[in-house]
Design a protein. Structure first.
Length: 116
């Protein structure tokens, strides 16, 4: 899948990253949240290296990946696509799977030890 940035995509990314006061109303509308606009927003790295089946990695850059620190801290990943090529669901799955792997924490408290 070829990554092609359009001016529309670049403007969307710039608006969310440079005009952070616009993020809360967008999240409230899209996700049905009730943030008041005073919550801190923490941005995370947009570059992700997707592990391929052949062992190689492929760099993908998300439009925006951030956390809103309200009563509960929630992470959001929002993409904007100006073309109708049908790749959005695949891209979201790829990006979010890699984000989950990047953010994963091993909790060995619930692991059973192998005994022979």
């Amino acid at each position: 899948m070829k990554n092609v940035n359009t001016p529309y995509d670049d403007v969307f990314r710039t608006l969310l990253n440079d005009c952070t006061e616009l993020i809360i109303p967008v999240v409230n509308e899209i996700f049905g949240e009730n943030y008041n606009g005073n919550e801190p927003i923490v941005f995370f790295q947009n570059e992700h290296f997707l592990n391929q089946q052949d062992g190689n990695t492929n760099e993908k850059i998300t439009d925006t990946y951030f956390e809103i620190q309200g009563i509960v801290c929630k992470k959001y990943h929002i993409e904007c696509q100006s073309t109708t090529d049908g790749s959005m669901l695949v891209r979201l799955f790829e990006y979010d799977s890699q984000i989950a792997l990047d953010d994963a924490v091993m909790d060995r408290r619930n692991c059973k030890k192998n005994t022979l």
